[in-house]
Design a protein around this ligand. Structure first.
Ligand code: FAD
Length: 426
């Protein structure tokens, strides 16, 4: 059986942050990185907006502002991103404040999906040059921390220390790893909401602030705004209980022609208590309900139809007031009112009305609302060593799947933290 000092599952930002930190801290260690995809499929290759301001992307239960700031400075130093300027945002901030909302000021860089891919290629080449084995296209199926063995689809691999950082799309795999290794966890929080798509001219704040983060009452916020060459996409989630889609958004870098559209997520954080303790099971149920109503696809509805209380139809989806084609046209025109629980819908719609008062134009009849957008990042392992994200002897967990982050830079920082603890274990 092959043996490595360190095995890392996942080549997203958490895995990469860990690998580079280990190379620095313990240059002699043998390292293997597994990814079930041919390329790191993480957020680095999806729009790649990097946020460098607390608390964006950080899980506040396992981070403090000071700790995050210290790691963010190191992430920025390593990645050397070009931080974007913000202009003329004071007016929006004032309007938000008057309405009981808030505009967060974030230091941010944007590479775009194409720029992100270039970055991944450079990073993977650097790892290879440093002697790290990247086993791309090789899925890890199980981890036995006691025996220190990882089973992949094609082999058994021994390790001294393993970091499992499979992202939020693989929460089922991570839960299996935790169960198999006696790691207790909870997952009672989930973000549910929709993706909003509109003409860029109706959301001009994006020309001054690429990804404006507005926080509204009832734990609703805007998230992951894209513009210029912006597209809505769908992601498939699958587990033993079936498959469902979540929508998402990304944009190409500024070198691509603009399509004059913008999109952003409007998300509500839902915290569940007993007896329904699994946020992911809840998200799966709501995702399944949307699939049922959408005939196996996400649902989309024009704001004009929603306001009139009627479903959008394929025939009327591009009438004269509905003046742009949706970028994810494969969705089913339908009725969000049938799919979204009332409490979530009320909070989202209230936030949409506030946003339309801050940036008039958002609620133009043509604006498309896609549902569902689900963020299932909420596994919260009980760490044996919370400072280093060690869950059991020989086993570390980090990144979005393990609930230590919810964004690229925080995932990278989580990987660094885990790697420092792993390095100290040898
Ligand atoms: C479409 C989209 C756009 C996004 N845009 C942004 C953005 O602009 N800015 C931002 O900050 N965040 C963004 N995010 C969120 C960001 O992607 C995540 O916060 C971040 O990538 C989490 O890093 P991670 O390393 O924890 O997991 P991931 O990046 O998800 O990486 C996990 C990796 O593990 C691999 N993997 C999973 N299971 C296995 C297994 N069993 N065996 C082997 N490999 C496995 C996966 O293939 C994947 O490559 C976006 C996410 C999506 C989906």
């Amino acid at each position: 059986m092959e043996h490595y000092d360190v095995a890392i599952i996942g080549t997203g930002p958490a895995g990469l942050g860990a690998a580079f930190t280990l190379l620095d801290a313990r240059p002699g260690l043998s390292i293997v990185m597994f990814d079930r995809n041919e390329f790191s499929s993480g957020g680095l290759r999806n729009d790649c907006k990097m946020n460098f301001t607390w608390p964006v992307g950080f899980a506040e239960g396992v981070w403090t502002e000071d700790l995050a700031a210290a790691y963010l400075a190191r992430v920025e130093d390593f990645l050397r991103p070009a931080i974007m300027e913000k202009r003329d945002v004071a007016m929006y901030a004032r309007r938000a404040e008057r309405l009981g909302a808030r505009l967060l000021e974030i230091r941010q860089a944007h590479l775009g999906t194409d720029g992100g891919l270039e970055l991944i290629k450079r990073l993977v080449a650097r790892l290879a040059a440093a002697g790290v084995e990247t086993a791309l296209g090789e899925e890890a199926l199980a981890v036995d921390a006691k025996a220190r063995v990882i089973e992949t689809a094609s082999r058994s691999v021994g390790f001294g220390a393993a970091l499992v950082a499979p992202g939020r799309a693989s929460f089922g795999f991570l839960q299996r790893v935790m169960r198999d290794n006696g790691v207790a966890f909870s997952d009672n929080v989930v973000d549910m909401g929709m993706r909003v798509e509109l003409r860029e001219e109706r959301y001009p704040v994006v020309r001054d602030y690429y990804d404006p983060k507005f926080a509204f009452p009832k734990k609703v916020r805007t998230f992951c705004t894209n513009s210029r060459a912006a597209h809505v996409v769908q992601e498939k989630y699958e587990d033993e209980a079936g498959a469902w889609y979540s929508v998402n958004g990304h944009a190409w870098s500024s070198s691509r022609p603009s399509n004059d559209l913008a999109n952003f997520a409007m998300l509500k954080t839902v915290s569940l208590t007993e007896p329904l303790a699994s946020g992911q099971a809840y998200a799966r149920a709501l995702g399944g309900q949307a699939m049922l109503l959408g005939g196996g696809r996400p649902i989309m509805q024009r704001v004009g139809d929603f306001r009139l209380g009627r479903r959008s139809t394929r025939e009327a989806f591009n009438g004269d007031l509905y003046d742009f084609e949706p970028t994810l046209g494969s969705c089913t025109p339908g009725d969000l009112g049938l799919a979204v629980p009332a409490k979530i819908m009320r909070a989202l719609w209230n936030a949409m009305k506030l946003l339309d008062t801050i940036v008039p134009g958002v609620l133009h009849p043509s604006t498309v609302m896609y549902y569902p957008e689900i963020k299932t990042y909420a596994n919260k392992p009980v760490f044996r060593d919370p400072a280093g994200f060690m869950a059991a002897p020989g086993l570390w967990l980090a990144g979005d799947g393990a609930g230590t982050s919810r964004g690229i830079t925080a995932a990278w920082a989580s990987g660094m933290r885990a790697a420092e603890s792993m390095a100290a274990s040898f």
